[in-house]
Design a protein around this ligand. Structure first.
Ligand code: GAR
Length: 200
């Protein structure tokens, strides 16, 4: 049966768009977009999803202050009517508690703009440059309680060129993100966790 996918995003949602485009392009895709959830009502991802006729849920994290569990309970409540089987984090910039990640263990994946285990967290492109790395890229992994951790499902790699800046690296990695994430989701939704490796 086709897996129902909830996509979580906080910003423009270019990865969300790549996932939706792939899921909706082929009749034989093992997954379908069920809902887009954001913590930001003004995020481009929400406007785009609405324009596509995809269900949206907004849960603003700010009223919850530091109470992440209450924020997550509200997200779960918002998700429930859409009955997702899989969550794809696609630029969702809120940390999740173990309560949430445990509830979705084996059913939630994330894309991160570095070759994990390098550069968990923020400013990944600048950190790769500062380290003088010859290669950089992105990773899709299963989400566990530890930030940007969990079994790796795929990586895409580029060469760092002389003259690269954090901005040029980010732009080139993003192009690869849009290839890698749909390819991984397609396998993952079919129950295949064999890692994918792409070169830019
Ligand atoms: C992407 O580069 C994604 O890898 C990154 O945020 C960007 C979202 O862009 N995610 C993280 O840094 C999560 N740790 P998008 O909204 O255009 O997809």
């Amino acid at each position: 049966m086709t897996k129902r996918v909830a996509i979580f995003a906080s910003g423009g949602g270019s990865n969300m768009r790549a996932l939706v485009a792939d899921m909706t392009a082929a009749a034989d895709h093992p997954a379908q977009p069920a809902v887009v959830l954001s913590n930001n009502a003004d995020a481009g991802c929400i406007a785009w999803a609405k324009g596509q006729g995809i269900a949206t849920v907004v849960v603003d994290h700010r009223p919850y202050g530091g109470d992440r569990a209450a924020f997550e309970a509200a997200m779960m409540q918002g998700l429930a009517p859409h009955a997702p089987d899989i969550i794809c984090l696609a630029g969702f910039m809120r940390k999740l508690t173990a309560g949430f990640t445990d509830a979705w263990a084996g059913r939630m994946i994330n894309i991160h703009p570095s070759l994990l285990p390098k550069y968990k967290g923020l400013h990944t492109h600048a950190r790769a440059l500062e380290a003088g790395d010859a290669h950089h890229g992105c990773t899709v992994h299963e989400v566990t309680a530890a930030l940007d951790d969990g079994p790796i499902l795929g990586q895409a790699q580029i060469d760092v060129a002389p003259g690269d800046t954090a901005a040029t690296l980010a732009a080139r990695v993003l192009v690869l993100e849009h290839r890698l994430y749909p390819a991984v989701l397609r396998r993952f939704a079919a129950g295949d966790r064999t890692p994918i490796n792409l070169q830019g």
